[in-house]
Design a protein around this ligand. Structure first.
Ligand code: ARG
Length: 603
């Protein structure tokens, strides 16, 4: 059943007419709250003649449920007269119909409380009928495409905290845009080019092992890289080792097939390994691109275009662009070294042009640490000055640092090491509850999934730009707002359902009028907010928007357990309550998978 059918047909069965307003940005087919919003807009428009879009935009979600389901600051409507008096007046004249239970004037605000039985039926039916599609807003990005570039580690170098955060945040944003109907292309832009590959090739000759390379390419290449770098530091920049490395990279840049062969192998083996690791985080890339994939010609073309636009000046053989003309903060930047080799910045310019030519995207997001704010501003500005009108479709989504991220063993951190160690730690925590532990079928698997949630939620629970400290004990705890707590909440909802013995197919027949307790109603009011949360996250690009919502949801669910029993109740009541829990579980599931987690049913 499609969403369109379910909300509209629920309305019909409730004897309600759908407010027939066309408001850009409103998604009444997929968002129950928008049905109520549209109704309120329609009635307020009749009373005030204010433009429907203006009223729609002014209707916000209050911070807490006691302030209503929607709140409207009257000054935003710019009505003549005293807003406080207007609030009184409107609240008396407003026709509540079957949509609104109560409208309260509160100073210059109007607080709207939805009709409970209408809200309950629409919301619970919508979640149960649409399942994993509940909350999707396919209208927003219809026929639009987006590229999300994220993770982008460097081959033969550590996968550091910046890459971890980029992976987590980028995975979430890709899922989010998919839910909003965009065609999403996930790109991993590897650091797979540069002088370090000359060094690595020379190093591999000296220290490499074929066997280790095939077994564990990522760690082995890093070991080789560390050893050869140590040699170069000891022998000096002028040493034959360093010269050989430089010469090797030169040959690579010149397209020498022999030189490129070994590099291509390092790259391929590393990517194969990455594919597996990302899969554990539910991430699948459409494209493994990288600095190596930017062609020499495209960069030569780019530099030529800079020159034609009069943007370039030459200093001791190197080419520079002076961006201070456009923005003082951007400074002067090097675009080509004196020996003609390209640079990180120029490659980003070339790669962006290639991506636009291939995809004609409507938007492209770079998920990169805030240390590279200036770098991103620079290449965005360069593209703009080159005259590409699509330069304004690029967006840098940045984030702060992780402090103290090293493994307990103190070894260098690769994504695999982090996940392995979290799993072990999680396993220890789980073992502390012996009785429960004994019931888990595949503890290793559960420890892995719950451990991954611990790392991811710790990362996503506050604003991106904040730094945070990597804390093993806190993140793996089942208490407080942690990943394991969310997993626990999900598995408890699954267990309620299992123990009830009620078939899922029966839930849609539940008599929801039996759900009268305030905690049941509050839970539904919160569930109904989910599509709006998706919409908000699309604006903020903050995973914390979703994480905060999910914690709020699970706290309300846990209050319900004390009052709304399923076990031992007569059938009809048990069925209604179970429908409520199933609906909550669906939203929790949708939110967790949106974040990139794999919800568990037992733990
Ligand atoms: N590989 C880079 C690094 O580790 C990150 C790449 C970011 N993306 C980009 N298009 N520059 O610092």
């Amino acid at each position: 059943m499609t969403t369109v059918d379910s909300i509209t047909s629920s309305l019909t069965s409730l004897g309600l007419e759908k407010p027939e307003l066309e408001i850009p940005g409103s998604n009444p087919e997929n968002n129950v709250v928008d049905i109520f919003r549209n109704y309120i807009v329609q009635e307020l428009h009749k009373l005030t003649s204010i433009d429907v879009q203006v009223i729609y935009n002014a209707l916000n979600t209050p911070a807490t449920l006691d302030k209503g389901d929607l709140i409207l600051p009257l000054p935003q409507l710019k009505l003549k007269g005293n807003p406080k008096e207007k609030a009184e007046e409107i609240s008396q004249q407003f026709i509540k119909g079957k949509y609104i239970e109560e409208i309260k004037p509160q100073g210059v605000f109007l607080q709207f409380y939805f009709n409970q039985s209408t809200l309950l039926s629409l919301t619970i039916n919508d979640t149960l009928a649409n399942k994993t599609n509940f909350g999707s807003l396919p209208g927003i990005g219809q026929n639009k495409s987006i590229i999300v570039e994220f993770s982008s580690p460097n081959i033969a170098k550590p996968f550091h905290a910046g890459h971890l955060r980029s992976t987590i945040i980028g995975g979430f944003l890709s899922n989010l845009y998919e839910k909003a109907g965009y065609k999403v292309t996930r790109i991993n832009y590897l650091g797979d080019w540069g002088k370090q590959f000359g060094i690595l090739a020379v190093g591999f000759d000296r220290y490499g092992s074929e066997e280790q390379l095939t077994n564990d390419p990522i760690n082995h290449l890093f070991e080789v890289y560390v050893k050869i770098n140590k040699d170069i530091t000891e022998e000096g920049d002028e040493s034959p080792t360093n010269e050989a490395a430089k010469a090797y990279f030169r040959r690579m840049e010149d397209g020498d097939e022999e030189a490129l062969k070994i590099w291509a192998r390092f790259r391929k083996l590393s990517i194969d390994k990455y594919i597996d690791t990302y899969k554990r985080l539910n991430i699948i890339y459409d494209i493994y691109s990288g600095e190596s994939q930017v062609s020499q010609e495209s960069m030569k073309d780019a530099v030529k275009l800079f020159e034609e636009k009069g943007l370039v000046h030459v200093d001791r053989g190197a080419k520079l662009i002076d961006l201070t003309k456009f923005n003082k903060k951007l400074g002067k930047c090097l675009i080509e070294k004196s020996d003609g080799t390209s640079l990180y910045l120029t490659r980003d310019v070339g790669e962006a042009i290639k991506r636009y030519n291939n995809f004609k995207f409507d938007k492209m997001i770079y998920v990169v640490a805030s240390q590279q704010d200036l770098h991103c501003q620079q290449f965005f500005e360069i593209l703009k000055q080159m005259g590409f009108d699509w330069a304004n479709k690029l967006e840098h989504v940045n984030f702060g640092m992780v402090l103290g991220m090293s493994t307990r063993k103190g070894t260098v951190v690769f994504l695999d090491n982090i996940l392995q160690e979290t799993k072990e730690k999680m396993h220890e925590v789980m073992k502390k509850n012996e009785a429960k532990y004994a019931q888990i079928e595949d503890p290793d698997k559960i420890a892995d999934l719950v451990g991954i949630s611990a790392v991811m939620i710790q990362d996503m629970q506050s604003k991106r730009i904040n730094n945070y400290e990597f804390k093993w004990d806190r993140m793996t705890s089942f208490e407080g707002d942690t990943g394991p707590y969310l997993q626990y909440a999900h598995s408890r909802l699954s267990s309620v359902q299992r123990k009830s013995g009620i078939e899922e197919s029966e839930l849609l027949k539940a008599d929801l009028s039996l759900l009268t307790e305030p905690s049941a109603v509050n839970l539904v009011r919160t569930i109904a907010q989910y599509p709006d949360i998706i919409k908000k996250a699309l604006k903020t690009h903050e995973p914390s928007t979703v994480v905060t919502y999910l914690f709020n949801l699970t706290h309300i669910v846990s209050q319900c357990y004390d009052i709304l029993w399923v076990a031992g109740q007569e059938k009809e009541l048990a069925l209604a309550r179970l429908a409520l829990y199933a609906s909550a579980k669906q939203v929790l599931y949708n939110g967790m998978t949106l974040l990139g987690l794999t919800p568990v049913d037992r733990m």
